[in-house]
Design a protein around this ligand. Structure first.
Ligand SMILES: [Cu+2]
Length: 148
């Protein structure tokens, strides 16, 4: 019995240590350059991604069938900007096949890439952003909600 409660205690300690680490991680990503838009429902990074991404929209709340400009900030795992990448995005509705809707994001500053596209329907969309640099790759899926 004693060893079981010790194991539980150890588990609890490890859990709280994990949470603290996560809180600490938020700080360096709070860069004022391209803050994540409030329109983002969730963000998930593909396993093995060396390149980290943040995204912002213009307009900040994308509207269906109107131009949306995408700004992606690309950094390496240490937070340094990566400017020599090929960056593209695919706009996908998770609930249905909306056809191919892809765009290229061109370099627009230190570690920044910009491109425009259109959401062809209101509702929930995934923006699948891929980046390929000389020796690193990254893929991040941003789930957002698009208004009518
Ligand atoms: Cu649709």
């Amino acid at each position: 019995m004693k060893s079981l409660s010790f194991a539980l205690l150890l588990f609890a300690v490890l859990l709280s240590a994990c949470n603290k680490e996560k809180e600490g991680e938020q700080k360096p990503s709070a860069s004022p350059a391209t803050p994540d838009s409030q329109v983002i429902l969730s963000t998930s990074e593909a396993p093995g991604s060396d390149l980290k991404m943040r995204i912002a929209f213009d307009p900040p709340l994308p509207v269906m069938s109107k131009k949306t400009t995408f700004h992606v900030k690309l950094t390496d795992s240490a937070g340094a900007p990566v400017s020599d990448a090929e960056v593209g995005a695919s706009l996908v509705m998770p609930m249905m096949d909306m056809g191919k809707n892809e765009l290229r994001l061109a370099p627009s500053g230190t570690g920044e890439y910009t491109g425009a596209g259109q959401f062809t329907m209101s509702g929930e969309w995934e923006i699948v952003v891929t980046a390929q640099a000389s020796d690193k790759t990254g893929k991040t899926v941003f789930n957002i909600r698009v208004e009518d």
